[in-house]
Ligand binder design. Structure first.
Ligand code: AMP
Ligand code: MG
Length: 400
């Protein structure tokens, strides 16, 4: 059987490669850039006035001149004007082109203007070039502004907008179907008979996928080989990823591994030395275009397997960096017997002195998903040792 580390390794080496698509700029928020964005001109594209005030020739000020006749006004958006008299000034506005011949801008705060004459009130501490944002000092034409692989946040979108792109090439999002199996399950709107339950895992998975901006379809099949085979066959034709729940353990009706194998999905692993979630199954098509995660159906197992393995895998496929686990100190001791990695739900709590505390919430086992509503994360406790005193620093995987 695989260890948790082995499973991580196999998932890392069997990634999913997504193709690219061009989307309108307005829909690019949160997407991952699949092209390089270059500067189409210098940034800034001209010597830009950085303060409202007057533009002068600095030599005059260095010679002790403190009054300057105002010759003209240069507003933002107007073509460049010359400073025709080196002893005069031009009133300039933030964002305007610096008048030719000028090489310093003095702020309105440091002068007064009366009858067309600007008088410096604080002539000290002035330097040549002040309050001018020189052409090309941020970036030069053809400099790389954003490399491929960049996640487009609002600040990156502003950069894309500034080079005039109305659409951008981004990585496609994976097409994902969520599939639950089980004869005992009815859908949420149905009334279960005494021996049935409403299926909830598929909706957990759909919502958790939506947190990754993936709109997954939801499907359910009874424990019948022919029905599962037909259903998965058609879903594999139109999806990149199947996230399944149920039917992967050692029960008499656990047909999922067999069906997937028959459909050409090669098993990369089945079963991890962990509790809960031991029967997790992962496979990929021979052409590496499709992957399937089959999660054990116990609701706590499904939840753990999604947040511990599926979510980081999909984030990597989408070109995003998966969040590493948090580290927290156990608020109370945890002991377990089996020689496997133990995951336990916990409530996290930030203390006033900046520590993160983890309060374990063992609940009543991997069927007790109502216990998860009080939890923020699963703690990952390695097989050795299996006694963890209070205060031990442990990895915590948030659950959304
Ligand atoms: P299985 O992995 O199919 O052996 O199922 C293990 C346990 O999880 C059983 O008690 C199932 O009834 C339950 N279970 C399986 N699938 C779901 C689901 N979609 N929603 C809620 N519980 C489920
Ligand atoms: Mg089942």
């Amino acid at each position: 059987m695989l260890t948790v580390a082995d499973a991580d390794q196999l998932l890392a080496t069997h990634g999913l490669t997504l193709s690219t698509e061009t989307v309108p700029f307005a829909e690019a928020r949160g997407r991952v850039l699949a092209e390089t964005i270059l500067a189409d001109r210098d940034f800034p594209p001209f010597d830009r006035v950085a303060m409202d005030g007057i533009a002068i020739q600095f030599t005059a000020l260095a010679d002790g001149q403190t009054t300057y006749p105002v010759l003209a006004v240069q507003r933002a958006g107007e073509p460049i004007q010359p400073l025709s008299d080196p002893r005069g000034c031009i009133e300039v506005m933030t964002g305007a082109v610096l008048p030719s011949g000028a090489d310093a801008v003095i702020r309105y705060e440091d002068l007064s203007i009366t009858d067309g004459i600007a008088t410096l009130t604080i002539p000290a501490d002035m330097v040549r070039g002040q309050n001018i944002h020189r052409q090309g000092t941020d970036r030069r034409t053809f400099d790389v502004l954003l490399p491929a692989g960049t996640v487009l946040r609002p600040v990156e979108l502003a950069v894309v907008a500034s080079v005039g792109q109305t659409s951008v090439s981004v990585l496609k999002r994976p097409r994902v179907a969520v599939v639950s199996t089980g004869d005992e399950l009815v859908d949420t709107h149905q009334t279960p008979l005494p021996h049935q339950i409403r299926q909830s895992n598929a909706y957990l998975l759909q919502a958790a996928l939506r947190d990754l901006s993936i709109d997954a379809s939801v499907h359910h099949f009874p424990d019948d080989i022919a029905t599962i085979t037909a259903g998965l066959s058609s879903l594999l034709a139109t999806n990149d990823v199947l996230v399944m729940t149920g039917g992967v353990s050692a029960g008499k009706a656990d047909f999922v591994p067999e069906v997937l194998g028959g459909l050409g999905i090669q098993r990369l692993f089945h079963k991890i030395e962990q509790r809960p979630g031991k029967p997790l199954w992962f496979g990929r098509s021979a052409d590496a275009q499709r992957v399937v995660f089959a999660l054990p159906g116990n609701p706590v197992s499904t939840t753990l397997c999604f947040y511990r393995y599926v979510r980081p895998y999909l984030q990597t496929a989408m070109g995003m960096s998966p969040e590493p686990p948090l580290f927290a100190q156990l608020a109370s001791p945890v002991t377990f017997k089996p020689q496997l990695t133990y995951f336990t739900p916990a409530r996290l709590e930030a203390t006033p002195d900046g520590q993160l505390l983890a309060n374990p919430l063992p609940g009543s086992g991997s069927g007790d998903f109502t216990n998860l509503t009080a939890a923020d994360a699963f703690l990952e406790l390695p097989a050795n040792p299996h006694e963890f005193p209070a205060g031990t620093l442990v990895a915590a995987w948030p659950i959304g």
